[in-house]
Design a binder for this molecule. Sequence first.
Ligand code: SF4
Ligand code: SF4
Length: 116
Amino acid sequence: MLSCWRVNILPDPYAESVDPSVQCTTCEAVCCRLTVVLMPEDHVPEWLIHRDERGMETLAKGEDGWCVAVNPNTSGCTIYEDRPAICRKYAMGSPSCRDERHKWFGDTIPTAVHLL
Ligand code: SF4
Ligand code: SF4
């Protein structure tokens, strides 16, 4: 599965800042390297949760820096239906998305699907 798992289907107040040419199919789930703080309404599997010494819960990351819920073969989210609220709100093509892509890919932004 390589879908646009980050796409926010709700009206986005920042929609005008979204670049529609950016697609998750030309990415490597680089936004899934960001720290995702879990909210009380989130219900993710226990093995995905990292708790720090103060009790703050975030999604666990692997040694490679990606969220451990990422399928390394497809870059898809393996808990798509139960992904946290922060992941649901993250918009493909948003300034943050574009910034993460630029940090990872530099000026060589991928333009073709290469993860199928
Ligand atoms: S960084 Fe943007 S394009 Fe890449 S997977 Fe995340 S939302 Fe999709
Ligand atoms: S839960 Fe899914 S969408 Fe959220 S960071 Fe992990 S792999 Fe990405």
